[in-house]
Write a protein that binds this ligand. Structure first.
Ligand code: DND
Length: 239
């Protein structure tokens, strides 16, 4: 199947999954139960198995009904960096998640003008989903260590549970000491261990630029997309 056909198919599958989410949400709330929704925010330049394994581990650990992947439109912390066009990152995320019925991709941040602040996204999800929803924002430990620099972080903690993925054997006590946050907020972060923390988008971009293999670091469909769209050929954007 050619690339355009693959993307169209992934977009149709995503639409069906969105309709299923709405139906399941209505059934859950009609039964008086709480819908548990994971949010995996990221630049996803490109998306890789570290992101996918983390989302799947969080889905399992926290009994989430669905995990929504939200590619950042304009990441606030990467304003000075060269990043791939949001549509390309969205399409890679669609391809990577197509075969998991519990994973959905949202255009929320891509279609919202201005910087993509997580607090705005979580507030919007809270408004859209209603009060019978528990939100879990999933991050890697590297991102969560910077969280004190995020916009309106105390408000964010009030709206969702922060889930931080750490490497097995990670020193949690040392990690917690690294946080520049009040203790009551640190204690609200839920840590999970995932096995693939060594994979990074930066390393994959470097490898593509240098002509090194990236197979088994990310889904084949995303690897082929990178090749066909000639991504990460420019040194400045590959680093
Ligand atoms: P990244 O650029 O780190 O995404 O952004 C993560 C999220 O933080 C996005 O939703 C941003 O909008 C949000 N953020 C950042 C800064 C400020 C604010 C918000 C604000 O509101 O002020 P990447 O694509 O690099 O990674 C996506 C996620 O996956 C991250 O949480 C990262 O730590 C994690 N990750 C891994 N987790 C497990 N194993 C690996 C991973 N590689 C990345 N191998």
């Amino acid at each position: 199947m050619d690339l355009i056909a693959q993307i169209s198919q992934a977009a149709i599958i995503n639409q069906h999954k969105q309709q299923t989410l709405i139906r399941e949400y209505q059934e859950t709330s009609n039964a008086g139960l709480v819908y548990r929704l994971g949010i995996m925010g990221g630049t996803f330049d490109p998306i890789h198995y570290g992101h996918l394994v983390t989302a799947e581990s969080a889905r399992w650990e926290f009994k989430l009904n669905t995990v929504i992947f939200i590619p950042s439109g304009r990441p606030p912390h990467k304003a000075e960096k060269c990043i791939s066009d949001a549509e390309l990152r969205y399409q890679m995320t669609l391809l990577a998640t197509a075969n998991n019925p519990s994973f959905i991709v949202s255009r929320l941040e891509i279609d919202r003008p201005g910087s993509s602040y997580t607090v705005d996204t979580v507030k919007q999800m809270f408004k859209d989903m209603g009060h019978l929803t528990d939100l879990f924002f999933i991050t890697g430990a590297d991102a969560v260590l910077e969280i004190s620099t995020w916009r309106d972080v105390a408000e964010l903690f009030g709206l969702c549970t922060l889930v931080a993925a750490t490497r097995p054997g990670f020193d949690l006590i040392e990690t917690k000491q690294g946080f520049d946050l009040p203790g009551n907020l640190i204690n609200k972060i839920r840590f999970i261990e995932v096995p693939m923390l060594a994979i990074s988008s930066t390393d994959i971009r470097n490898r593509v630029w240098a002509g090194k293999p990236v197979r088994y670091l990310l889904p084949e469909s995303v690897k082929d997309y990178i090749k066909q769209c000639l991504l990460y050929q420019n040194l400045e954007c590959a680093l």
